[in-house]
Design a protein around this ligand. Structure first.
Ligand code: GLA
Length: 394
C-alpha cells in the first residue's frame, strides 16, 4: 500500500519555480542524505512545473528541456534511486500546466507510460487550463488508472486546490494525497488561512490518502519563488520580526504535524540554517505527523469564536489522539496580539473525577506553561504555538 503514512519529501516549486536543473536535483538528493533528512523520513525528490519543453515531440511525447536536464529524466531518477530516494515529477489535468507547458489532458495513458519509463515514483497532478466542457473528477480518475496501468507503482498526488470539495472524492479516484487549498506563500497570512480552512475537513484524511495543505515554506525567509509578501498583506510580519523569531515556522510545522499533512519541504535545503534544519528533522514532531492511526485533531477549544472574522483572532486548542495511548496537544495563538490559550482537561475528555493524571512533556515553543490539576494555560506571543505530548497515569 502506498501512502500508509503522510508522504514526505522535497519539491522544487516554492523556492525555485522555473529555475530548476539537473544539478539542483542532484545536489538536493545529496543533502537529503548528508544532513539526515532521509533518516528523518523525507524520501521523495519532486520536480514540479517547468521541467519540459514548450511542446511535445513529433510523436506526441513529453520531452524534458535539454538545457535544464541535459542527461534526461531517466539519468536523474537513476541518480536519485541510487541514493535510496524516490523520484517525483509533475503534470496537470488540463491542456497546459499552470506555468504554460504541455500537460496531460487527453494524453493520460501515454504520459503515464513515459513517466514510468523514466522511473518516476510520484506524480503531482495539477489543475490549470482545464477544459470547461470536461469533467474533472473523471479526468483525475483517468490519470489514476493510467498510472496503475503504467507498470510502475506511482504515488498519485492530486492538486486541484479543494475545488469541488476534493476531500469528498479524492480517495475514490485513487489519489494518495490531495491538495485541498490554494497556494501557500512564505507569509503567516496564507499559512494561517490554509490551516484554518481545513480544520473541519480532515475527516477523510487517513492512511492511503491524505489531505495535503501544501508544501512547507519553513526556512525560505522571504526568498524564492513563493517567498513573497512578508510584511505585506494582512497581518504579515515585518522582515526583522520574521528573521528574529522563527515563530511562524514553528507554528507552521506544528500544524502540519497535527493535521497529518504530507511534509514536502519547499526551502533550499542546501542552505538551510541550523534552526530550521533541526525543526524539520525533529523526530518527536515527525512521529506525531507519521502516527499510524493518522487521526485528525479534535478541536478542544476555540476562544473568541463569536468574533466575526474567525481566521484572525483568538486561540485554538487541538488534541490529537496518537497510537500507544499517547496524546499531542497544540495551543495556537492565531492572532497578531498576545493571547492566553488554555486547555481544560474536562474539554479533552479527562474530567477531574476521572482520577487520572496527565503527564506532560513540552515538545515545541518557549512559552511557559501554568499547570493546574484540571487545566493548563499558556501566554502566547502573536502567531505562537505551544506543543505538548502527554501520557495518562492512573
Ligand atoms: C499551481 C500549484 C503549485 C505549483 C504551480 C506550478 O499553482 O498549486 O503548487 O505546482 O501550479 O505552476
Amino acid at each position: 500500500m502506498l501512502a500508509k503514512r503522510p508522504p514526505m519529501g522535497w519539491n522544487t516549486w516554492n523556492t525555485f519555480g522555473n529555475e530548476i536543473n539537473e544539478k539542483l536535483i542532484m545536489e538536493t538528493a545529496d543533502i537529503i542524505i548528508e544532513k539526515g533528512y532521509k533518516d528523518a523520513g523525507y524520501e521523495y525528490v519532486v520536480i514540479d512545473d517547468c521541467w519540459s519543453l514548450k511542446d511535445r515531440d513529433e510523436n506526441g511525447r513529453l520531452q524534458a528541456d535539454p538545457e535544464k536536464f541535459p542527461h534526461g529524466m531517466k539519468y536523474l531518477s537513476d541518480y536519485v534511486h541510487k541514493k535510496g530516494l524516490k523520484f517525483g515529477m509533475y503534470s496537470c489535468a488540463g491542456i497546459r500546466t499552470c506555468a504554460d507547458y504541455p500537460s496531460s489532458y487527453g494524453h493520460e495513458f501515454e504520459d503515464a507510460k513515459t513517466f514510468a519509463e523514466w522511473g518516476v515514483d510520484f506524480l503531482k497532478y495539477d489543475f490549470c487550463y482545464f477544459p470547461h466542457s470536461a469533467n474533472f473528477k473523471n479526468a483525475y480518475l483517468t490519470m489514476s488508472n493510467a498510472l496503475k496501468a503504467s507498470g510502475r507503482e506511482i504515488l498519485y498526488s492530486m492538486c486541484n486546490w479543494g475545488l469541488g470539495d476534493t476531500w469528498d472524492w479524492a480517495r475514490s479516484v485513487g489519489a494518495h494525497m490531495y491538495r485541498s487549498t490554494g497556494d501557500i506563500f512564505d507569509n503567516y497570512v496564507t499559512m494561517r488561512n490554509i490551516a484554518v480552512s481545513q480544520i473541519d475537513k480532515l475527516r477523510s484524511s487517513a492512511p492511503g490518502c491524505f489531505n495535503d495543505i501544501d508544501m512547507l515554506t519553513v526556512g525560505m525567509y522571504n526568498k524564492g519563488n513563493v517567498g513573497l509578501g512578508v510584511g505585506t498583506g494582512d497581518g504579515g510580519m515585518t522582515m526583522s520580526e520574521y528573521e528574529s523569531s522563527n515563530i511562524d515556522y514553528e507554528t507552521q510545522f506544528a500544524i502540519w504535524c497535527m493535521f497529518s499533512s504530507p511534509l514536502m519541504l519547499g526551502g533550499d535545503i542546501r542552505n538551510m540554517n541550523d534552526y530550521c534544519h533541526k525543526l524539520l528533522t525533529n523526530k518527536t514532531l515527525i512521529a506525531i505527523n507519521q502516527d499510524e492511526e493518522a487521526r485528525p485533531p479534535y478541536l478542544v477549544n476555540r476562544d473568541l469564536s463569536d468574533d466575526p472574522d474567525k481566521n484572525k483572532t483568538g486561540t485554538y486548542t487541538f488534541l490529537k489522539l496518537l497510537s500507544n495511548n499517547e496524546y499531542a496537544l497544540l495551543l495556537w495563538n492565531v492572532s497578531d496580539e498576545k493571547a492566553q490559550a488554555s486547555a481544560i482537561f474536562h474539554d479533552m475528555g479527562f474530567p477531574y473525577h476521572s482520577g487520572l493524571k496527565l503527564d506532560f512533556e513540552e515538545i515545541l515553543g518557549d512559552a511557559e506553561v501554568n499547570y493546574r490539576c484540571d487545566c493548563l494555560t499558556v501566554s502566547l506571543k502573536p502567531h505562537e504555538c505551544k506543543l505538548l505530548k502527554f501520557k495518562v497515569n492512573g
